[in-house]
Design a binder for this molecule. Structure first.
Ligand code: ABU
Length: 524
């Protein structure tokens, strides 16, 4: 198998067998000094007889710690093992394990990795993550996270103002991923309407109904299931051919639910759907929510970043009318995973809904203003510091830097769209320019190009993307996702969120798919 150092996937069958082999003893007997190996005039540190107990906070551990961390990300050693030992491994082995963990992992920061919505590797963001781990603290109280809690407030206020909410009114919290952010939105909407649910549970309230589009993220149904509302009480609203919720369908679905005795309370509008990258008509949905007195949530996990672009923010017009918004900086803004927010228009609601006043954390008689103990707003207890890397990146780039990188990603999507439009061996899944950076397409092998669209062609076409992806993964040069959607058989979805990706990478992807397709289908 031909592979280059820059490959996305480096794990072949041979590698897997190698991982299963028991590891070698890497301790060079008799050598107890960590700075004794010389290679072409350069000092190479020998970690084979050092163990984690020799690092800080061990006495005299400083130099060894520094050398170990410097060595960590270099390439080249072999002897990786997944087995967990009873006796401590030495640092030489740990270096092997660390390097090979990266070597055999998927390189999601590679400019030719198009498989997920969160891609890339921002160096300032990485520095932020390192500092966060170094600080190793918890977001629940101000007494142990004073700086990070102030930063969270500053960043959330900035995001409120970008949405168009009055800064002083808004609230929010960083949480682990868009699904959790969406779960918060359903939780808050239900509490807002029926506060008794917090103490008395679901038996105290009527059968609720919530609404979301057919192209929305599965987390809305998951939230309904987790919160005891029931996934069947999520009413799925039809979309147009571009994947946007049809607002008249929303209105008639609400009326129909009411006539069946259900109590509608919540509508999720999506700003940037997962597959098509579609933006629901937010103002039309806001009018309907106002008319029926419903909570409006905007899932802008993917599309929220476009608010930073003067060119593209128009696609989210009406977001300021929402009661809550999900926005994941770890997607379009390129912040290292994870970095996700739930933003709430009404201040104080998160606290009212979730607080339980644990006395060993949230003592009311502390020596400072305890409103800075934001931990009881959360449904978690321990909470990771996700804000610092975003704050640091914002300082490093300014809002203009984010705008430039987001515009660049959308330009790449447009470039791919125009290239595919001209070719007969590719077909776009929906008409017109993409609104976000998602480009959805089929590769059409020669045999299928002459078959008219219909069940016969669909049967074959459904197998094309998985077959090509299998080959692509075996080679390891690039990576792209595929899925079916509604009546559409498997198609590729290319997404751009890595500012390092250039047009030549887009050209590479198209050529690679066509090349693998020709290879596969000339054999069959
Ligand atoms: N939260 C949706 C992410 C899925 C994706 O990367 O495709």
């Amino acid at each position: 198998m031909r592979r280059s150092p820059g490959d996305i996937m480096e794990l072949t069958q041979a590698d897997r067998q190698h991982l299963d082999k028991s590891k070698q003893d890497t301790c060079s007997l008799g050598n107890t000094d960590d700075s004794l190996k010389y290679d072409s005039g350069r000092v190479a540190h020998d970690f084979s007889c050092i163990h984690s107990k020799d690092l800080l906070p061990a006495e005299d551990g400083e130099e060894k710690t520094k050398h170990f961390l410097q060595e960590l990300l270099k390439e080249g050693l072999e002897g990786f093992s997944l087995d967990l030992p009873d006796q401590p491994d030495n640092l030489e082995q740990l270096l092997v394990d660390c390097r090979d963990t990266l070597k055999y992992g998927v390189k999601t920061g590679h400019p030719r990795f198009f498989n997920q919505l969160s891609t890339g590797l921002d160096i300032i963001g990485l520095a932020g993550e390192w500092l966060t781990s170094t600080a190793n603290t918890n977001m629940f109280t101000y007494e142990i996270s004073p700086v990070f809690i102030l930063m969270e407030e500053v960043v959330l206020r900035k995001m409120h103002s970008i949405i168009g909410w009055p800064e002083e009114d808004g609230d929010g919290i960083f949480c682990p991923g868009g699904t959790m952010s969406n779960l918060y939105s359903v939780l808050l909407a239900r509490f807002h309407l029926f506060p008794a649910v917090k103490t008395h549970g679901m038996s105290a309230i009527p059968r609720l109904a919530l609404f979301t589009s057919a192209h929305s993220h599965y987390s809305i149904k998951k939230s309904a299931a987790v919160l005891g509302i029931g996934s069947e009480n999520v009413i799925v609203v039809k979309c147009d051919e571009r994947g946007k919720m049809i607002s008249s369908e929303l209105n008639s679905s609400i009326e129909a639910a009411k006539s069946k005795g259900l109590v509608p309370f919540y509508v999720n509008a999506t700003a940037g759907t997962t597959v098509y990258g579609a933006f629901d008509p937010l103002n039309e949905i806001a009018d309907i929510c106002e008319h029926h007195g419903l909570w409006m949530h905007v899932d802008a996990a993917w599309g929220g970043g476009l608010l930073l672009s003067n060119k593209h923010r128009v696609k989210l017009q009406g977001i300021e009318r929402a009661h809550s918004v999900t926005w994941n900086p770890h997607k379009m803004m390129g912040v290292p995973l994870q970095c996700s927010t739930i933003l709430v228009k009404r201040k104080g609601l998160l606290q009212e809904c979730n607080q339980l006043c644990a006395e060993y954390l949230f003592q009311p008689d502390k020596h400072y203003d305890v409103s800075y103990d934001t931990g009881d707003k959360s449904i978690q207890c321990g909470r990771h510091v996700d804000v610092f890397k975003l704050w640091l990146m914002w300082k490093a780039k300014g809002s203009e830097g984010f705008e430039a990188q987001i515009n660049h990603c959308l330009e790449n999507a447009e470039y791919l769209y125009y290239k595919l439009k001209k070719r007969t061996d590719f077909q776009l899944v929906f008409k017109g320019k993409p609104e976000h950076s998602n480009v959805c397409f089929w590769y059409l092998p020669k045999q299928l190009q002459s078959i008219p669209p219909g069940p016969e062609r669909d049967r074959e076409l459904h197998m094309v993307a998985p077959k090509i992806k299998t080959k692509m993964m075996e080679e390891g040069f690039t990576m792209i996702g595929y899925q079916p959607l509604e009546e559409k058989v498997n198609f590729f979805r290319c997404v751009f969120s890595n500012p390092a990706t250039q047009r030549e990478d887009v050209d590479f992807l198209i050529d690679k798919i066509a090349h693998l397709g020709i290879e596969l289908y000339s054999l069959s």
